[in-house]
Design a protein around this ligand. Structure first.
Ligand SMILES: *[C@@H]1O[C@H](CO)[C@@H](O)[C@H](O)[C@H]1NC(C)=O
Ligand SMILES: *[C@@H]1O[C@H](CO)[C@@H](O)[C@H](O)[C@H]1NC(C)=O
Ligand SMILES: *[C@@H]1O[C@H](CO)[C@@H](O)[C@H](O)[C@H]1NC(C)=O
Ligand SMILES: *[C@@H]1O[C@H](CO)[C@@H](O)[C@H](O)[C@H]1NC(C)=O
Ligand SMILES: *[C@@H]1O[C@H](CO)[C@@H](O)[C@H](O)[C@H]1NC(C)=O
Ligand SMILES: *[C@@H]1O[C@H](CO)[C@@H](O)[C@H](O)[C@H]1NC(C)=O
Length: 420
């Protein structure tokens, strides 16, 4: 059943969702130079303050984290170390990998990127054990909530778990963006909910992803798509992201409050940081005030690795090994996003009411993996007919298997730390 879903999906998605995301992202990147200027002219928060916040807050956020006593060591301070053991699944043993992340099937020639593991400096991090995980998850329900990176993440978990038991697809929405699977012998339910802003957004895109009008964002209203289902979940991984960089009109209290990058509209430029902060505030407020108590992992922003251009201007990501610590720095946009994430999460610690809210701070470890993206291998054998073909690169999503699998090692370790 899942296979036929995927078949349908890949047919349907020939003009695909990821390209759309990338197009949008790129469009915003194109405008970003200008938008960044606007941002710093119009935003309340100063540039330096945000950057300082983002480079200097990991410790504070980790220390003040809601589950402080559970942090045995900072799992996010570490290194990628060479590891000869093969990934927990392959494109042959997992048939649930979406076409655009299925790098090996698509002909990616190098495989060294598969042989690294994340090693925290202060403690060991065992490999993900699907048996252990499913044992904990008996009769439980788990959801990934966010954009296509969350979908990328759920596929990793699905592939790892399906080595133990085949997942049964039990639901998908019309566009195959939100889905539900069951692992019958464990009575475990795994969901992914596509809600790229987490707040209510009217998105005017046709099936080709071409926008006929600006996104209308309701900064004071969460997206019911996930809040209506929240009470069903025991565990949640939730994340915001790059969609906030897009052109959008911002509504609050039923009126237009301003926008992000809307020249000619005579609206106040508020900057994406304004909307992102408001959105996360709503999210954390909802989570901490809900009567339903779930274990919630909040994942931080995911850096992309386009080099020498953006996707539309020849940007690529053809590295084959991780960066060394000092070879790379977080982009301004990602610094701003992560800064907001840590600041807003830190605030809720003060009035937390029993929700188990954990920081899944994958930004840094993701930043060090420029080698983990599909690049041109988001397409099936892109250079089969022409060695010099001009191919759209994806330097944002992750190959499966690939570095995103390590996010699950960390999640399981955090679960285990929380239980002992
Ligand atoms: C981090 O913040 C502290 C104050 O909270 C400050 O003294 C220190 O200089 C900051 N470090 C960096 C690298 O910005
Ligand atoms: C998996 O990838 C290999 C190339 O690495 C390819 O030969 C094989 O056909 C692929 N299998 C599937 C099921 O996609
Ligand atoms: C499966 O788990 C749900 C809770 O998620 C529970 O209500 C239901 O009774 C379980 N079913 C079986 C057959 O144990
Ligand atoms: C929205 O309205 C509420 C009460 O009606 C008020 O407290 C709040 O300040 C308003 N927010 C904005 C941004 O105008
Ligand atoms: C822009 O908006 C302001 C007030 O919001 C108004 O005074 C001004 O006339 C508007 N300008 C144009 C060109 O519409
Ligand atoms: C990546 O591509 C650039 C431009 O085509 C090339 O100069 C460079 O050698 C490539 N690097 C690797 C590791 O293949």
């Amino acid at each position: 059943m899942v296979r036929s879903e995927l078949k349908k999906q890949s047919n349907k998605n020939h003009v695909n969702v990821i390209v759309i995301v990338l197009m949008k992202l790129a469009l915003s990147c194109l405008l970003l130079g200008l938008a960044i200027h606007l941002l710093f002219f119009f935003s309340d928060s100063s540039h330096s303050e945000l950057l300082r916040a983002s480079t200097n807050q990991t410790q504070t956020a980790a220390n003040n984290n809601v589950d402080e006593e559970e942090e045995k060591c900072d799992l996010f301070v570490g290194d990628w170390v060479a590891d000869p053991s093969p990934p927990l699944y392959t494109n042959e043993s997992c048939l649930l990998i979406e076409d655009h992340q299925n790098c090996m099937r698509n002909g990616r020639p190098d495989s060294e990127f598969l042989y690294w593991r994340w090693a925290p400096r202060a403690c060991g991090l065992p490999r993900f054990s699907p048996t252990k995980f499913l044992h904990i998850m008996r009769d439980k329900s788990w959801a990934f909530i966010g954009d296509s990176i969350s979908r990328n993440h759920v596929q990793s978990l699905l592939c790892i778990l399906s080595q133990i038991e085949a997942a049964q697809g039990v639901y998908h929405d019309e566009e195959f963006k939100s889905k539900i699977w069951k692992f019958p012998s464990y009575n475990f339910t795994l969901s992914v909910i596509w809600t790229p802003f987490l707040i209510k957004a009217d998105i005017f895109e046709d099936s080709n992803g071409l926008s006929s009008s600006e996104i209308q964002l309701r900064l004071d209203t969460l997206d019911h798509k996930w809040t209506n289902q929240y009470h069903n979940f025991n565990y949640v991984v939730i994340a915001g992201g790059k969609w906030f960089l897009k052109t959008a009109i911002y509504h609050e209290n039923g009126t237009v409050r301003g926008c992000h990058y809307c020249p000619g509209k005579n609206l106040t430029e508020l900057g994406f940081d304004y909307a992102y902060r408001k959105a996360l505030r709503q999210v954390f407020h909802f989570l901490t005030n809900s009567n339903h108590k779930a274990t919630v992992f909040f994942r931080t922003t995911t850096p992309d690795h386009f080099e020498n251009g953006e996707w539309f201007s020849g940007g690529y990501c053809n590295r084959t090994v991780p960066f060394e610590e000092d070879q790379v720095r977080l982009s301004d946009v990602d610094s701003i996003m992560r800064g907001i994430e840590l600041q807003e999460l830190e605030k809720v610690a003060a009035w937390e009411h029993g929700v188990r809210l954990k920081l899944l701070d994958t930004t840094r470890l993701a930043l060090l993996r420029p080698d983990g993206h599909p690049g041109p291998y988001r397409q099936f054998h892109p250079f089969a007919n022409d060695m010099n073909a001009k191919i759209q690169n994806d330097c944002l999503h992750w190959c499966l298997p690939g570095p995103i699998d390590s996010w699950n090692d960390i999640v399981l370790q955090m679960l285990l730390n929380g239980r002992s």
